[in-house]
Design a binder for this molecule. Structure first.
Ligand SMILES: [Zn+2]
Ligand SMILES: [Zn+2]
Length: 335
C-alpha cells in the first residue's frame, strides 16, 4: 500500500504538538496524533503500525523519545489510532501506560469487536451476498497488518480529570463513532481534542455497534452519535482538534452540516423504500451507486453500516417496519 508522503509536525499551543501521519486511501485522510509535553508527557493516539517509524522520527524532532512518554491515551479502538501503541510501549521498555474507554478495550486488546461468527450472522441478516462477506474477511486481514493489539492498563470514564503534559483535561465520553469513543477537553484553554467524533472535512461514520449476544444490534449508533454531538456542543469549545484534517473553529456550523446530511440521507432511504421493500444491502447499493473499484468490499461494509444505522432510527420513529424473509431483514415503509 502506498502512503501519502505528508508527515508534518507543528506546535499548536505551548507544549502541545500535532503530528500528521500518513494513512492509505483518500478518506478520512492522514491521522493527527497529539503530543503533550510536561509533567505527564502524553501521546493522544498513535497512527498505524506502518507509520510507527514516522512517529518516532517526528517525536525526535521535538526532542522526545518513546521512553520519555509517560502514557498513551487512545480516543477509540480503530487501527489508525491504536495501531502503533504497542510499538511505543515496547520502545519505552514497557514503562508507558495505555488508557482508553472500557467499551473499546476488547478491540484494542484483541483486534476484534465481536467474533467472525457474529459478523457473519449480521451480514446474512443484512442480505449481503456471500462473496462480499468473504471479501470483508480478506480486507479485515489486510487491515490487521496495520495494527498490533495492545494491552490497556487503565480505563477512562466520562467526567474524569487527567493530566496531559502540563494541562488538566476532562474526559468526555462520546459514543457513536464507536462504543468507546472519547474526547479530551482542556477547559481553561477551551480546546477540544475530538478523535473521530468530529471531523471538519467529512461527516464522521456512526458505525454499527455489533454485540456478542444479539444478532441484530440494539444500540443505535446514530442516536448515540447525535446525543454525543449535543453534549460536546454544550461545552462550546473555542477550537476543535480532530484526529483527521484541520482544526475546526466553528463547531455549530459543522454540527449543522452533519444534521443536514443526516436528514438528507433519511429522505433518500425513504424514497428508495417508496418503490418497494428491500434488504439493507440492496438499499445500500441503490443509495451509493458509485461504489466500485479496489476498495469495493470496504465501501460496501461502510454503506451497509450507514444504511442499517439510519434504518434503526426510522424504525424507532415509526416510519419503517422490518421483518425477516428468507434469512434476511427486509424493510418497508409503514403506512
Ligand atoms: Zn475511527
Ligand atoms: Zn480515524
Amino acid at each position: 500500500m502506498k502512503h501519502q508522503a505528508t508527515i508534518r509536525c507543528e506546535k499548536i499551543h505551548p507544549q502541545i504538538y500535532r503530528i500528521i501521519l500518513p494513512l492509505p486511501g483518500k478518506k478520512p485522510g492522514p491521522v493527527n496524533v497529539y503530543l503533550f509535553v510536561g509533567t505527564q508527557t502524553t501521546l493522544l493516539d498513535t497512527g498505524t503500525l506502518k507509520t510507527a517509524h514516522h512517529l518516532e522520527e517526528s517525536l525526535k524532532q521535538i526532542g522526545i523519545g518513546f521512553s520519555d512518554i509517560d502514557r498513551i491515551i487512545l480516543t477509540h479502538g480503530h487501527i489508525d489510532h491504536y495501531g502503533a501503541a504497542r510499538q511505543v510501549v515496547n520502545g519505552s521498555s514497557g514503562h508507558v501506560s495505555v488508557a482508553a474507554h472500557r467499551e473499546d478495550l476488547p478491540v484494542i486488546e484483541s483486534g476484534m469487536e465481536v467474533s467472525d461468527r457474529q459478523f457473519s450472522k449480521f451480514y446474512r441478516l443484512m442480505g449481503v451476498p456471500l462473496i462480499f462477506e468473504l471479501l470483508f474477511y480478506y480486507v479485515g486481514w489486510i487491515f490487521s497488518s496495520l495494527a498490533e493489539n495492545c494491552r490497556v492498563d487503565f480505563c477512562l470514564s466520562d467526567g474524569e480529570k487527567i493530566q496531559v503534559g502540563d494541562y488538566e483535561a476532562t474526559i468526555i465520553s462520546t459514543p457513536g463513532h464507536t462504543k468507546g469513543s472519547i474526547c479530551l477537553y482542556l477547559e481553561k484553554e477551551g480546546i477540544l481534542f475530538a478523535g473521530d467524533h468530529i471531523l471538519g472535512h467529512i461527516t464522521p461514520n456512526a458505525f454499527v455497534m455489533l454485540e456478542s449476544d444479539f444478532d441484530i444490534p440494539w444500540r443505535m449508533s446514530q442516536v448515540e452519535f447525535y446525543d454525543s454531538l449535543r453534549k460536546v456542543e454544550s461545552i462550546t469549545p473555542r477550537i476543535v482538534y480532530p484526529a483527521h484534517g484541520d482544526p475546526i473553529t466553528d463547531l455549530p456550523q459543522t454540527a449543522a452540516l452533519f444534521r443536514e446530511q443526516f436528514y438528507l440521507r433519511q429522505k433518500k432511504i425513504l424514497a428508495i423504500l417508496e418503490k418497494n421493500g428491500s434488504t439493507v444491502y440492496r438499499i445500500a447499493r441503490r443509495l451509493f451507486p458509485e461504489i466500485s473499484g479496489k476498495r469495493l468490499p470496504l465501501e460496501i461494509f461502510l454503506a451497509v453500516s450507514e444504511v442499517f444505522t439510519h434504518l434503526q432510527v426510522l424504525e424507532k420513529d415509526g416510519m419503517v417496519v422490518s421483518h425477516v424473509r428468507r434469512g434476511a431483514q427486509c424493510y418497508s415503509l409503514k403506512y
